[in-house]
Ligand binder design. Structure first.
Ligand code: CP
Length: 330
């Protein structure tokens, strides 16, 4: 993109190269907080940093900075990838999880947030309601990053777009099929399509559709890229000619009590070898993990040569390191 400035990470030894970037000091509460150009900046920064790290370039532009990571739901990938990203940037990560979560003692969101911002330079939070994340962002005078809510998972979205670009090239020419629950990942792929021009086809069982308001917001945003965003119940139509096939758990965090009911409702939406055979030649499979092997996806697909699941997980680190690099800049 012509109006973004990508730092030369092979020469970077201070935060100076990142100063003044359009995301400095900004929040990321959902992907639609970004313009297409800003999304490109995050992804291209991740590509540059990943290549530099692979070549042995080690810099610590944010030595002395701290990031606060609040986890009100379980996490492995998000916690580890943010902690390691902070470490690679020279920053210290403070993790507050479960019973030690910053919000576990009933203090108001305002008090907690405005104390935390005296200690740390950005707040990364996994919580339930998007409205709580928005309240944190309202009170914070430092960047706030969504590490998953019931509505969105933008950091996973950044990693997934990076992974798709690495495997399949120009996002605007691709079709992504997401089959399964119309959950926070479905919303995030719709946002990613709207920003990149990628054709997104979401197929869910009846009763598990994405949020109508979010779909409408994504379709409005898609006007800037021309992305086709389809949402229906048609498993076969979603898979037809798909370059990328994605599913997610049928029982998201907080829905465990509905597990048996959901298994029945999602019958016929499993990604197995026969489903992958309906996609385009050379299609890849992705899953944000953790997967429930034998439910939404078979072992055969998870472990196939076309499965990009571990590249996708690794890219959490690279995408989030780029994001933190950009928002922490002065
Ligand atoms: N994909 C993802 O967010 O993984 P965790 O729940 O392990 O963080």
């Amino acid at each position: 993109m012509s109006d973004t400035v990508l730092p030369d990470w092979s020469k970077l030894d201070s935060a100076a190269a990142l100063a003044g970037n359009p995301l400095a000091g900004r929040d990321l509460l959902r992907l639609l907080d970004l313009s297409p150009q800003e999304l490109h900046l995050v992804l291209s920064t991740a590509v540059a940093q990943k290549a530099a790290w692979a070549q042995g370039v080690v810099t610590a532009p944010y030595a002395g900075k701290a990031v606060g990571i609040i986890l009100e739901k379980p996490s492995m990938r998000t916690r580890v990838s943010f902690e390691v990203a902070a470490s690679r940037l020279g920053a210290h990560a403070v993790v507050m999880s479960d019973s030690n979560s910053a919000f576990s003692r009933g203090e108001t969101v305002k008090d907690t947030t405005q104390v935390l911002e005296r200690f740390v330079d950005t707040i990364i939070i996994r919580t339930f309601a998007q409205s709580k994340l928005e309240e944190v962002a309202h009170w914070a005078r430092i960047p706030v990053i969504n590490a998953l809510t019931d509505s969105f998972h933008p950091c996973q979205g950044l990693a997934d777009l990076l992974t798709i670009a690495e495997h399949k090239g120009d996002l605007s020419t691709l079709k992504l099929a997401y089959v399964g629950d119309g959950n926070n990942m479905a919303h995030t792929y719709l946002e990613g399509g709207a920003l990149t021009g990628m054709h997104i086809h979401i197929a869910t069982p009846p009763g598990f559709e994405p949020d109508e308001t979010i779909v409408a917001e994504c379709r409005a945003a898609a006007a800037q890229t021309g992305a086709l965003l389809e949402v229906d119940h048609d498993f076969a139509a979603a898979l037809a000619n798909a370059d990328v096939v994605i599913t997610d758990t049928w029982t998201s965090m907080g829905s465990e009590a509905e597990h048996d009911e959901r298994l029945a409702a999602f019958a016929g939406y499993q990604i197995d070898a026969a489903a992958m055979a309906q996609a385009a030649a050379g299609a890849i499979f992705m899953h944000c993990l953790p997967a429930h092997r034998g439910e939404e996806v078979t072992d055969e697909v998870m472990d196939a040569p076309f499965s990009a699941i571990y590249d996708e997980a690794e890219n959490r680190l690279h995408a989030q390191k780029a994001l933190v690099s950009l928002v922490l800049a002065q």
